[in-house]
Design a protein around this ligand. Structure first.
Ligand code: MN
Length: 191
């Protein structure tokens, strides 16, 4: 079995405002599910868009990520829309599948570092007919980062961040690499 620990920081552009970013973590007996959403724009409309996507994902984590995002897209079609990245990890085998739409990025750090490939588009507006699915296997010691565009990807080159607790890493990355936007950084550690 794969053991997982994680930490997340998600904050609005202006303290006290609604956050247009949203996230979801979900653990089942044999899989784990992670998502980071960036509702288009900011403020209340972006917040509602994010909540809508999270609400749908929450009810459908059993689906493979492709069916999940295609059906979520149809469900919220014509609404404001969101960037989204979802990761589904098999806790028995360590196999994962990941889809990113728009500017929420994913990166795996470990023996075989890997930038996860995103699709162009916006969930609820336009997405590829058949979005690209990243597939692979994680191993002990890997870290998976999923982050919205309110966080600069520069943190990826900072080895000083590694080998700490995921929540500590997320907090540090938010502090040192935030941009002037709603921002979310999720750090998933494979124990
Ligand atoms: Mn953003």
């Amino acid at each position: 079995m794969v053991k997982v620990d994680y930490g997340v920081v998600s904050l609005p552009k202006h303290q006290g405002n609604l956050n247009g970013d949203a996230y979801l973590t979900f653990f089942e007996r044999d899989y784990a599910f992670f998502a980071v959403i960036d509702g288009l724009g900011s403020g209340a409309d972006a917040y509602r868009a994010g909540e809508k996507v999270i609400g749908f994902l929450k009810e459908h984590t059993h689906l493979n990520v492709k069916d999940l995002l295609l059906s979520c897209h149809l469900k919220i079609k014509g609404e404001r829309g969101a960037a989204a990245s979802v990761l589904r990890l098999n806790l028995v085998s360590g196999a994962f599948e990941y889809i990113g739409i728009g500017n929420v990025e994913g990166y795996i750090w470990g023996d075989r570092p890997m930038s996860l490939v995103n699709n162009n588009g916006t969930l609820g507006r336009t997405i590829p007919y058949s979005p690209y699915v990243n597939k692979g296997t994680v191993q002990s010691g890997d870290y998976i980062f999923i982050f919205s565009d309110g966080v600069s990807r520069d943190f990826i080159n900072e080895n000083a961040l590694l080998d700490r607790e995921p929540w500590e890493m997320a907090r540090e990355i938010e502090k040192e690499h935030k941009k002037n936007d709603d921002r979310t950084i999720m750090v998933i550690k494979i124990e």
